[in-house]
Design a protein around this ligand. Structure first.
Ligand SMILES: *[C@@H]1O[C@H](CO)[C@@H](O)[C@H](O)[C@H]1NC(C)=O
Ligand SMILES: *[C@@H]1O[C@H](CO)[C@@H](O)[C@H](O)[C@H]1NC(C)=O
Ligand SMILES: *[C@@H]1O[C@H](CO)[C@@H](O)[C@H](O)[C@H]1NC(C)=O
Ligand SMILES: *[C@@H]1O[C@H](CO)[C@@H](O)[C@H](O)[C@H]1NC(C)=O
Ligand SMILES: *[C@@H]1O[C@H](CO)[C@@H](O)[C@H](O)[C@H]1NC(C)=O
Ligand SMILES: *[C@@H]1O[C@H](CO)[C@@H](O)[C@H](O)[C@H]1NC(C)=O
Ligand SMILES: *[C@@H]1O[C@H](CO)[C@@H](O)[C@H](O)[C@H]1NC(C)=O
Ligand SMILES: *[C@@H]1O[C@H](CO)[C@@H](O)[C@H](O)[C@H]1NC(C)=O
Ligand SMILES: *[C@@H]1O[C@H](CO)[C@@H](O)[C@H](O)[C@H]1NC(C)=O
Length: 602
C-alpha cells in the first residue's frame, strides 16, 4: 500500500501534465522580414509563406481582414525583379499545387475605402506558413487568400481579424486564419488576440515592427490602465476618441475638440480634420502640394525641424471626455519617404504623413501613428489597448506574454459576439471559456489529489523529491496574466523623455532603403496596364472592377464584417452582406482569367 501512493501521485501528475500539454497554448511572434518595404514609409514587413512548394512573402498586418492578401504575379510585368521585390514578392498561384480557386470578389477594406483604398481580389485557398522555413512557426492548410493587384494596397497583408469569411454565394462561413490558429489541436494560440507596433525606420538604429498572435511582447510598450471597447460597428473595431493633439512647436493645441477616429494598419497616413491640418501647417511650416496631395518636406524645412526636434502628443481615450492615453510622436516618425509613384516624379521625396480629411468618416490613424503607438486587440473581450510604443535595443530579448481568454465568459463563440449585438448566443455548446474552465478544473483537481498523495508520501520519506506539478501550475499563470498586475496607471510625462531621449537628429533624406521607384501612376485604373502589353480583357479591367463597387458598400453604417461579394445585387436581409451588380465583371471563368496571356513572373 505504501508504495502505491507515490505511483498514484505520479500518475495523476502525468495526467494533469498531459491535459495541459494537449491544451498548451503559445503566442506566436511573427518574425520581421528585416526589410523595409512599401511605396511610402518604408515599413517593417513580416515574413510568411504560402503555397506548395512554399513561396515566400513580406507582408503587413491587416487588422480588419479575415482573408490574407498576396500580391499576384499579374501586378508586375514578367521577369521584373524590381517590381517583384518592391511589392513584397508575388504569389504565383498556378505554381502552387495546393491552391484552390474560389473566384473574383471585392476586397472588404471598409475603413480603408473611406480614404480611397479599395480593390478586388482573386479569392481561393492555399496553405499558409507563418514565418519562413526555420522560424519554427506553424503551417495551416487551406486558408483563405485573396490575390490582389490593386496599388491601393502595395504589399500583401496577413489576416488578423478572427471573424469568419462569408461568401455570399456560399452558405458556410469559412473560419479565419486566427480562428484556425486558436482551434489547433497542438499549440493553439491562447486567445483570439494580437498585438502590433510598426517599428521606426528613422530611429537610429532602426527598430523593426512587432507582431504577436495570442499575446504581446512586453518590451515593446509602456503599459497603461486604459482599455478601449471595440466600436459598435463590427467593421470599425478600433474606434478611439482623439481628445487633444498638442505639439512642442505651438502653445495652443492643434486639436482642442475631441473627434472620433479609427486605427488602421492598412492606411499609411494620419487623416485629421482640415482645420487641424491647418494648425499643423502653421506650427510646422508645412505646405500642401496639390499635385501629389502630400505635405512634401523640402531640405531646408526638414533640417530646421530636425533641429527643433518637435514632438506631437496625442491624447486618446474610449470617450471624448475622461480617461485617456498619451502617445508622444517624435519628429523622426513624421518624416516618411514617398516613392516616385507617389511624388509623381522621377525621385522619391520626404513627406509629412498628414492627410486632410474631407469629413468625419475619414478620421483615420494609420501606420505612421502606429510607429509610436502599440496596439493590442482582444476579440474575446471585445476590447483593445493602446500604449506608447517603446524601442528596446536589439539586444533586448522579447518578453512574450500570453493573453488568456476570459475564464468567466461563456460564449466567445467564433470571433466573439459584437459589442453592438445582443451578445447572448445562448445554446452554443462548449465555448472557449468553458473549455479552459474544464481544463483548469481538471488540472486543479488533479493537482490537489496529487499534492495530498504526495504529502502523505512525503511523511514516509526523509527527503522529498521536488514535486512533478511545478510546471503545471496553470492557476498561477492565469491569475498573473489576467490580473495584469504589472499594468501601471497613466503613462504621464515620463514618456516624452523616453522617446525624445533616443532621437536621432541625423537626416535620412535619401536613405529610403529598398524602396523601388515605380513609374506607374498610383490610380486604380492603371492596375492592369502593369500587366504588360497583352490585350486587356474586358471582363477584368481595373476600371469596371473598381467602379462597380456600389457606394453603399463603403457607407459607414453597415454593421457586420465585410464579406466577399457575389455577382448579383440582392436585397439582403442580414446586414453586411453586399452584392455586386455585374456578373460578367466579377466572375470571369477561371479558364478565361488564367488564359489572359498575363505574364507570369517565372
Ligand atoms: C519594373 O517594375 C517597376 C515598378 O516596380 C517599373 O518602374 C519598371 O519600369 C519595370 N521595369 C520593366 C523593365 O518593366
Ligand atoms: C478548403 O477550404 C474550403 C472552404 O472551407 C473548402 O471548400 C475546400 O474543400 C477545402 N479544400 C481542401 C483541399 O481541404
Ligand atoms: C474546432 O475544432 C473542432 C475539432 O477539432 C471542430 O469540431 C470545431 O468545429 C472547430 N471549430 C471551429 C470554429 O473551427
Ligand atoms: C516657420 O516659419 C517662420 C517664419 O518664417 C519661422 O519663424 C519659424 O521658425 C518656422 N518654424 C519652423 C518649425 O520651421
Ligand atoms: C521649403 O519649404 C518652406 C516651407 O514650406 C518654404 O518656406 C521654403 O521657401 C522652401 N524652401 C525651398 C528651398 O523651396
Ligand atoms: C466623405 O468624403 C469622401 C471624400 O470626399 C466622400 O467620398 C464621402 O462620400 C464623404 N462621406 C460622407 C459621409 O459625407
Ligand atoms: C490590456 O490591458 C489590460 C490592463 O489594463 C491587461 O490586463 C490586458 O491583458 C491587456 N490586453 C491586451 C490584449 O494586451
Ligand atoms: C460572417 O457571418 C457570421 C454570422 O454568420 C458573423 O458572425 C461574422 O462576423 C461574419 N464575418 C464577417 C467577416 O463579417
Ligand atoms: C514555378 O515552378 C517552377 C518549377 O517548379 C519554377 O521553376 C519556377 O521558378 C516557379 N515560378 C515561380 C514564380 O515561383
Amino acid at each position: 500500500m505504501v508504495h502505491e501512493r507515490p505511483a498514484v501521485a505520479v500518475l495523476l501528475a502525468v495526467l494533469a501534465a498531459a491535459v495541459l500539454v494537449a491544451g498548451a497554448a503559445t503566442p506566436l511572434s511573427i518574425r520581421p522580414s528585416q526589410q523595409w518595404d512599401g511605396k511610402e514609409g518604408p515599413w517593417s514587413t513580416f515574413r510568411i509563406e504560402a503555397g506548395t512548394p512554399a513561396q515566400q512573402f513580406r507582408v503587413l498586418p491587416a487588422h480588419d481582414q479575415s482573408t490574407t492578401w498576396l500580391v499576384l504575379s499579374e501586378a508586375c510585368s514578367a521577369n521584373n525583379d524590381t517590381c517583384f521585390e518592391a511589392r513584397g514578392r508575388l504569389y504565383a498561384r498556378d505554381n502552387s499545387s495546393t491552391w484552390t480557386e474560389k473566384g473574383f470578389y471585392g476586397l472588404e477594406p471598409w475603413l480603408e475605402a473611406r480614404v480611397g483604398q479599395a480593390g478586388d481580389g482573386q479569392y481561393g485557398w492555399d496553405d499558409i506558413t507563418l514565418g519562413w522555413a526555420g522560424d519554427n512557426l506553424p503551417t495551416l492548410k487551406n486558408q483563405s487568400i485573396a490575390g490582389i493587384v490593386t496599388e491601393s494596397f502595395w504589399l500583401g497583408s496577413l489576416a488578423l481579424n478572427p471573424r469568419p469569411v462569408n461568401f455570399t454565394d456560399y452558405n458556410t462561413p469559412i473560419p479565419s486564419l486566427m480562428q484556425n490558429l486558436r482551434n489547433k489541436t497542438n499549440d493553439p494560440i491562447p486567445s483570439l488576440s494580437w498585438s502590433y507596433t510598426a517599428g521606426a525606420y528613422n530611429k537610429a538604429p532602426k527598430v523593426y515592427g512587432s507582431l504577436v498572435l495570442g499575446g504581446y511582447d512586453a518590451t515593446k510598450f509602456q503599459p497603461n490602465s486604459v482599455t478601449f471597447p471595440f466600436g459598435s460597428d463590427q467593421s470599425f473595431d478600433f474606434q478611439v476618441a482623439v481628445q487633444t493633439i498638442r505639439t512642442s512647436l505651438a502653445t495652443d493645441p492643434l486639436l482642442d475638440t475631441g473627434i472620433i477616429a479609427y486605427i488602421s494598419t492598412l492606411v499609411p497616413d494620419i487623416w485629421l480634420p482640415e482645420n487641424v491640418c491647418e494648425k499643423f501647417e502653421k506650427a510646422f511650416n508645412l505646405t500642401w502640394d496639390e499635385k501629389t496631395e502630400l505635405y512634401l518636406l523640402n531640405t531646408s524645412l526638414h533640417q530646421t525641424l530636425l533641429q527643433e526636434d518637435p514632438t506631437v502628443t496625442f491624447t486618446l481615450g474610449p470617450e471624448v471626455d475622461g480617461a485617456g492615453v498619451t502617445i508622444n510622436m517624435p519628429y523622426f516618425n513624421f518624416y516618411l519617404t514617398a516613392s516616385a509613384e507617389l511624388t509623381k516624379s522621377s525621385s522619391s521625396k520626404l513627406y509629412f504623413p498628414l492627410k486632410r480629411a474631407a469629413n468625419d468618416s475619414q478620421y483615420v490613424l494609420g501606420r505612421a501613428f502606429l510607429q509610436s503607438a502599440h496596439l493590442s486587440a482582444d476579440y474575446e473581450r471585445n476590447s483593445f489597448n493602446l500604449s506608447q510604443a517603446l524601442y528596446p535595443s536589439s539586444q533586448t530579448e522579447e518578453e512574450i506574454v500570453a493573453v488568456l481568454p476570459p475564464l468567466t465568459e461563456t460564449t466567445p463563440g467564433v470571433g466573439g459576439p459584437g459589442t453592438g449585438g445582443s451578445g447572448a448566443e445562448s445554446g452554443q455548446a462548449l465555448s472557449t471559456g468553458a473549455i479552459v474552465g474544464i481544463v483548469v478544473g481538471l488540472v486543479v483537481v488533479g493537482a490537489v489529489i496529487a499534492l495530498v498523495a504526495f504529502l502523505l508520501y512525503r511523511r514516509r520519506k526523509a527527503k522529498p523529491k521536488k514535486h512533478e506539478l511545478a510546471d503545471t501550475d496553470i492557476m498561477h499563470d492565469i491569475s498573473h496574466e489576467v490580473s495584469g498586475e504589472h499594468i501601471k496607471a497613466e503613462m504621464g510625462g515620463g514618456m516624452a523623455h523616453e522617446v525624445a531621449g533616443d532621437m536621432d537628429p541625423k537626416a535620412e533624406l535619401s536613405a529610403h532603403g529598398p524602396q523601388k521607384p515605380v513609374e506607374a501612376e498610383g490610380n486604380l485604373e492603371q492596375i492592369y496596364e502593369m500587366a504588360g502589353d497583352d490585350p486587356k480583357p474586358v471582363e477584368v479591367s481595373g476600371e469596371s472592377m473598381v467602379h462597380k463597387i456600389p457606394p453603399s458598400m463603403m457607407a459607414s453604417n453597415h454593421n457586420a464584417m465585410p464579406s466577399p461579394v457575389s455577382p448579383q445585387w440582392e436585397d439582403s436581409t442580414s446586414p453586411g452582406v453586399h452584392f455586386y451588380t455585374d456578373e460578367s465583371t466579377l466572375t470571369p471563368s477561371s479558364e478565361h482569367y488564367f488564359n489572359q496571356g498575363y505574364p507570369r513572373h517565372n
